[in-house]
Design a protein around this ligand. Structure first.
Ligand code: BGC
Length: 814
């Protein structure tokens, strides 16, 4: 079923070009167009003047068709950070930059944004989604989509729908009631379709209520296209399409990746066998051609954006978003901004910053500013002292610091047929993306060789990530020569997301380079419909005695005016492909914070994680700053905020609290099903219903000035809120408007976010925030009638700084 394309003259002209192109294609060409030709692109059809359409991940940058550090990309802060800005206009600017990056890399469609909800804090891809609140998610997502598309690049809003956890993601059947589906999980998609008209959507791996999403006729054809009027293209998540007929009938337009998918030749055969109507194929082809025309790939059709917008400075924008996203959760005795004096900077992540989350969202930035780099540049010489304190990396990780590696490709005769740089010891060559001169037919072995210069003396661990035969040599000695097999839990992306296996421990000396090599006999993985060469050399620094490390940090903290501890998660904690086991900080980081706080009352903790972690010491430290995965300029932004050059502008897009108190946690299916038994009560809706107090509530974030809420006037659907900056510096306030039924009923949450607006004011000045209350905020999904129902009655409009810090109210009757 086709949606309704726009009615502007240029839309009509483009549609006419699409119709003409469609009419000129035979069945085989049409079927071919609906199937990826490789990992990231669709085939060109020169007979109709159609060029190949290229897609690429992902939310915080544009990786391009090469999965390697050779082809760097601007890395923006994590989606949780973008949501913490509560600023759809800033999300739009992020989108404009990403369109620019996409154009630079020859990418036409960005595989983003992720607008699944933070249902359980254990969700492994939590960092990649925006919020627990559907409205905040939808507004940030709409800004992002509008921005990307204003640059002439398409988006695929993903993963439609209810892909809120990773465990058994290919097979899980999420059982979601109609109200929760409409009021929570579908709501961001609906808001984005209505406000930003996305050119694409990505259907998820999982099933919803018994039907896998790539075949979900009801949700795709009836709801998304029918009710909402979506006229874009529906792309499967990678390898999510499983049945030719089911996918066509379920409204799937493109099966990715290729070349072997349920579309292409199997689709043409199904039509000829009378199993699939050719008109259904035509509907899908029309959607693909419309997308191609919009992004300028179809001759004779005017692209949606003929001229790209003015260039954006990516590094500057990454830095601005980062500082605007940092949430100052606690600031006792105005510990921040830092007062002049000495600083002890502590924590492994202060030196080796974790700037982005793992999985398909990974990009390779040209540079990373760590907190150590940022503060070194910002503080006077001699003011900063650094100590590791505690290392969150308790496992091997992809080789990085100190390695200089190259890859040589050999044929079966052992001759070198091509080379490539592989600076971080990781090979991920997909489809035709192979070094020059190399083909899958000729490639036999890949050899990573180079040197490693240790930063510290001691026993260094080496290992291998990937499956197949490997030979690992360090310092002239073969340390492993054998075959590695995937874990029982089969995920076809094991080579990307699986854990590295330790293979050797070698005593090395700081500063003394040694030779390292890892040879792999290429074995194409099963279960992936395309040729992929993926493996990595893994490494772990010598583990020093943790007590000694903490003692060193304590000594540094004692000698300094302020101690800044950076604590972090690792990519074995937060990544795509698996969920989290707990919310604790890995390693001895909690002990480090406690020991430092005991030694220096002026201890500031910077939390470098994409999603909630437990902070059991939070009341023992002076300040807590949540910095998310802050993107490539994170350390510079951190210095901006710690020194007070800028205010930390973020507000929590999600409730933070310990796992033991979190109301909704389950991510593991039982008998293949995951029941969303909590209904519409997730996030703050659930915390409030259970009467539990989180560590930091939804919407919370202090900034550097104070605000008084003076008045709220509601006229029809408009709330005008007057606030005054009562602090002593210029600031920005996110005015949050919650709607609470005056007579609570058990069916609805105590209150929910109806809208928000940000204002700025100088000290002593006042400002007015204008917030529109959408009709949908007053509606619930009527499960008997299957329609939205406006709930009349008396409501309190509650306005404040977070869901719990409500300052003023007004009552309305509707
Ligand atoms: C992820 C998608 C991503 C795709 C392509 C999948 O495994 O779920 O979000 O866009 O891979 O990398």
């Amino acid at each position: 079923m086709a949606g309704t394309p726009g009615t502007l003259p240029q839309d009509l002209a483009r549609e006419a070009a699409v119709t003409a192109a469609l009419a000129a294609l035979d069945l085989d060409a049409k079927a071919r167009l609906l199937s990826g030709q490789d990992m990231w692109s669709l085939p060109a059809l020169p007979e109709i003047g159609l060029r190949s359409l290229v897609m690429s991940d992902g939310p915080i940058g544009v990786r391009g068709v090469r999965w390697s550090a050779d082809d760097p990309s601007v890395a923006l802060p994590s989606p949780t950070a973008l949501a913490a800005t509560w600023d759809p206009a800033l999300a739009r600017r992020a989108g404009v930059l990403l369109a620019q990056e996409a154009r630079r890399k020859g990418v036409h469609v960005l595989l983003a944004p992720t607008v699944n909800l933070h249902r359980s804090p254990l969700g492994g891809r939590h960092f990649e989604a925006y919020s627990e609140d559907p409205r905040l998610t939808g507004l940030i997502g709409a800004g992002y989509v509008a921005g990307v598309q204003s640059g002439g690049v398409g988006t695929t809003v993903k993963h439609f729908v209810a892909n809120d956890a990773e465990t058994d993601r290919f097979t899980v059947d999420n059982r979601v009631g109609a109200r929760a589906l409409r009021e929570l999980y579908l709501a961001p998609f609906e808001l984005i379709v209505e406000n930003a008209r996305p050119w694409g959507i990505m259907t998820a791996y999982n099933a919803v209520n018994g039907t896998t999403m790539t075949e979900h006729r009801h949700l795709v054809n009836e709801v998304l296209r029918g009710e909402w009027g979506f006229d874009g293209c529906n792309v499967s998540d990678w390898m999510a399409a499983r049945s030719t007929r089911g996918a066509v009938e379920g409204g799937l337009d493109i099966a990715m990746p290729g070349p072997d998918t349920v579309y292409g030749a199997p689709l043409a055969r199904a039509v000829r066998a009378g199993e699939v109507e050719e008109s259904a194929v035509d509907d899908a082809v029309r959607n693909v051609l419309r997308l191609a025309a919009r992004v300028g790939l179809l001759d004779g059709a005017e692209p949606a954006v003929p001229e790209p917008p003015a260039a954006v400075d990516g590094a500057a924008l990454a830095r601005e978003i980062a500082r605007r996203s940092f949430v100052l959760a606690r600031n006792e005795r105005a510990a921040l901004p830092l007062r002049p004096g000495t600083v002890a900077l502590l924590g492994a992540a202060a030196r080796d910053a974790r700037v982005l989350g793992g999985g398909s969202a990974t990009v390779f930035p040209a540079r990373v500013v760590s907190p150590l780099d940022g503060l070194t540049a910002a503080l006077p010489e001699g003011a900063l002292r650094y100590a590791v304190g505690a290392d969150p990396a308790t496992e091997l990780a992809v080789a990085d610091q100190g390695f200089t590696l190259r890859a040589s490709c050999r044929n079966a005769a052992g001759e070198v047929i091509g080379t490539a740089s592989a600076p971080n010891g990781q090979i991920q060559w997909m489809g035709a993306d192979l070094p020059e001169g190399v083909t899958h037919d000729t490639l036999h072995t890949v050899e990573l060789t180079g040197t490693f210069t240790p930063r510290d003396s001691g026993p260094h661990r080496f290992g291998v990530k990937g499956t197949g035969a490997f030979t690992l040599a360090v310092d002239g000695t073969v340390r492993f020569d054998g075959v590695q097999r995937p874990a029982d839990d089969f995920d076809p992306f094991e080579a990307f997301f699986g854990a590295p296996v330790e293979r050797a421990e070698v005593e090395l000396t700081a500063g003394a380079p040694v030779e390292v090599s890892l040879t792999h006999v290429v074995e194409l993985p099963e279960g992936i419909p395309m040729k992929v060469v993926a493996f990595a050399l893994a490494h772990q620094e010598p583990e020093r005695d943790p007590d000694e490390l903490i003692a060193e940090a304590v000594e540094a903290a004692r000698a300094a005016d302020t101690a800044v501890v950076v604590v972090a998660t690792t990519d074995r904690v937060e990544s795509e492909g698996f969920d989290r086991a707990d919310l604790a900080l890995p390693g001895r980081q909690d002990d480090l914070v406690r020991a430092v706080a005991a030694a220096n009352p002026n201890t500031v903790v910077v939390v470098n994680s994409g999603s909630p972690v437990e902070l059991p010491w939070r009341d023992e430290v002076a300040a807590v700053l949540l910095s998310w995965f802050p993107g490539q300029e994170g350390g510079a932004a951190l210095a901006d905020v710690l020194t007070g050059a800028h205010e930390p502008g973020g507000r929590l897009p999600t409730t933070w609290g310990p796992l033991s108190a979190a109301p909704v946690t389950r991510v593991t299916p039982e008998n293949g099903e995951l029941a969303y038994t909590e209904g519409v009560f997730i996030g703050y809706r659930a915390w409030e219903r259970q009467g539990r107090t989180p560590s930091y509530p939804f919407g919370h974030g202090l900034g550097y000035t104070d605000w008084t809420y003076e008045s709220v006037d509601v006229d029809g659907t408009t709330a005008r809120v007057r606030v005054r900056n009562t602090g002593d510096r210029q600031g920005r306030e996110v005015v949050q408007v919650y709607l609470a039924p005056a007579a609570p009923d058990g069916d609805r949450p105590h209150r929910w976010l109806a809208g928000f607006a940000a204002v700025e004011a100088a000290p002593g000045d006042h400002a007015e925030a204008v917030v529109t209350l959408p009709r949908r905020a007053f509606e619930i999904w009527d499960t008997t009638e299957s329609r939205w129902s406006f709930v009349k009655g008396s409501y309190e409009i509650q306005v404040g700084r977070s869901i719990t810090d409500r300052r003023i109210t007004a009552t309305i009757n509707v």
